[in-house]
Design a protein around this ligand. Sequence first.
Ligand code: E4P
Length: 221
Amino acid sequence: MIYMADTADLSALKELYDFFPLEGVTTNPTILKLSGMKLSAAVDELKKIVGEGMLHVQVMSQTCEDIVREAKKYKSYFDLGDNFYAKIPVMPEGFKAMRILKDSGIKVTATAIFTQQQALVASKAGADFVAPYVSRLDNISSHGIEVVSDIVKNMKEYGLNTKVLAASFKTVDQIHRVSMHGSHSATIGPDLLMQLIKHPMTDISIDKFTEDGEGLYDIEF
Ligand code: E4P
């Protein structure tokens, strides 16, 4: 599974990129607002952190023409080459723009997905990634994991190349379950990424090894 960080918190990202095998960062207008940075400054900083990784930047436009213009502008302005993904919400004008962008060589992440059909239509419109929102579904007494699982099945059954990018997580268990259902990727906030690799038994085991090995390791290195 491809891990991405769903944040523009630069210090948290620097800490994570130091050891976590992340392959990219996803942003949206809310994440940007939380960061306190404007888009150009945020992307400049994020580029330095992600290196050769993916950067998914959401468009704000609402019409096909504007979405296409906005995504094309970002693609050249941010100079990220193939690592740039235009995040486009699944709405009629968005679907139209996805096809045009795909045909002009710009990679697309379809976002704000809440149903399997939205994902399927986005995939057929050319999306490289489709992002279903797990917690937001769970919060309205729907079933985020099931939606992710159905989308994964559809992609396989119809032989589509689109990757599922499970998004909107509040618990480690949700992440565990989307990975067990074969989600190709997940974008996760910094706190949850840290929690993914934590277990109290690991800490206890490491402490015990450290204590027991004291004075026994006599080869200099
Ligand atoms: C990612 O693509 C989404 O924009 C994001 O995961 C939404 O997460 P939230 O529901 O925690 O805001």
